[in-house]
Design a protein around this ligand. Structure first.
Ligand code: GTP
Ligand code: MG
Length: 138
C-alpha cells in the first residue's frame, strides 16, 4: 500500500465541491486517512510549490493557493500515487479524460481543482509538510 498527498484547491472549496471530489477518490478505492481544511499564506504556498519557483506562473499560483481555504489530505491505497493522478486527470482540464476530477470541475490550467504528489519521494515530503505521524489514521 502507498500514501499520497492530495490538495483540494481554492477554486473547488469555494464552489462546495469537496464532497463530490472525495466521492471520486473513495469510489476509486483510495482511503482518506487524514484530512483538514486550512487557509495557506502565500509564503506557505510558495514553500510547497518551491520546485516551480522559476516558472512564469509561480507568483500567480501562490496567490491562487492562498486565496481561499484548501483541503489537504492523505490518500492511501495500492498504487495510490498513480491512481490519484488518474482520478485527477491531466493538468489542463482541456486535456483531461472524461470522468476525471479536472474534466468535470477544473476551471483552467491554473485553477484546476486538485493537486496530487507525483512520486514516492515527493509524497513523503509533501505529507510531512502538512501532517504529523499522529494525524495519519490508516
Ligand atoms: P499538481 O498536482 O498541482 O502538481 O499538478 P500537476 O502535477 O498536474 O502540474 P504541475 O506540477 O506541472 O504544475 C503544478 C500546478 O501549477 C498545476 O496544478 C497548476 O495549478 C499550476 N500550473 C501549471 N501550469 C500552469 C500554467 O501554465 N499557468 C498557471 N497559471 N498555472 C499553471
Ligand atoms: Mg505536480
Amino acid at each position: 500500500t502507498e500514501r499520497t498527498l492530495s490538495i483540494i484547491k481554492p477554486d473547488a472549496t469555494k464552489r462546495n465541491l469537496t464532497g463530490k471530489i472525495n466521492a471520486k477518490f473513495e469510489e476509486a478505492g483510495l482511503r482518506i486517512v487524514a484530512q483538514k481544511r486550512i487557509k495557506l499564506t502565500k509564503e506557505q504556498a510558495g514553500v510547497f510549490y518551491a520546485v516551480h519557483a522559476e516558472r512564469p506562473f509561480y507568483d500567480e499560483l501562490c496567490e491562487f493557493m492562498a486565496s481561499e481555504p484548501v483541503v489537504v489530505q492523505v490518500l492511501e491505497g495500492d498504487g495510490a500515487i498513480a491512481k490519484n493522478r488518474e482520478v485527477m486527470g491531466a493538468t489542463n482540464p482541456a486535456d483531461a479524460a472524461a470522468g476525471t476530477v479536472r474534466a468535470e470541475f477544473a476551471e483552467s490550467v491554473g485553477e484546476n481543482s486538485v493537486h496530487g504528489s507525483d512520486a514516492p519521494e515527493t509524497a513523503a515530503v509533501e505529507i510531512a509538510y502538512f501532517f504529523s505521524g499522529l494525524e495519519l489514521v490508516g
